[in-house]
Design a binder for this molecule. Structure first.
Ligand code: SF4
Length: 127
């Protein structure tokens, strides 16, 4: 088996409005997933950035994710005047603890960014 191709990229946005039921926002820190599970739905819908490549053969690492998240949260706070924008789904089309998370720690850094921002969803959760 060939080694996967690891691409360090700069994301343009990270805190994305979700179209999925049960979540208001979605954060995907990587494109692709090295686990390559056979049953993965993401392999079918999220491969458009890497046409023709095997699902587990690449990983785009959104290296600026945490800094970008901080900026986007601050921008939304200014716009909406609050610190609760709804529920957040980590990794709808990748795995938040894909192996290289030990090196890049993007999930950890983004969770920390939400804590430091004092994101309010779980404090003021409806119902
Ligand atoms: S995103 Fe989840 S289901 Fe899909 S390959 Fe990765 S670990 Fe498996």
């Amino acid at each position: 088996m060939m080694s996967p191709k690891i691409n360090i990229i700069q994301a343009k946005s990270i805190f994305i409005k979700s179209g999925l039921p049960g979540s208001d926002w979605v954060i995907n820190l990587y494109n692709g997933c090295l686990f390559g599970c056979m049953y993965c739905y993401a392999a079918q819908i999220a491969r458009w950035k890497h046409p023709g490549e095997d699902w587990s053969s690449y990983l785009d690492v959104k290296i600026n994710a945490a800094d970008l998240l901080k900026l986007e949260l601050e921008k939304l706070e200014k716009k909406l005047g609050k610190k609760n924008f709804g529920s957040v789904f980590f990794s709808s089309v990748t795995d938040p603890y894909v192996g290289l998370e030990t090196k890049y720690q993007l999930t950890r850094k983004c969770l920390k960014a939400l804590v430091e921002f004092d994101y309010q969803f779980y404090k003021n959760r409806p119902g």
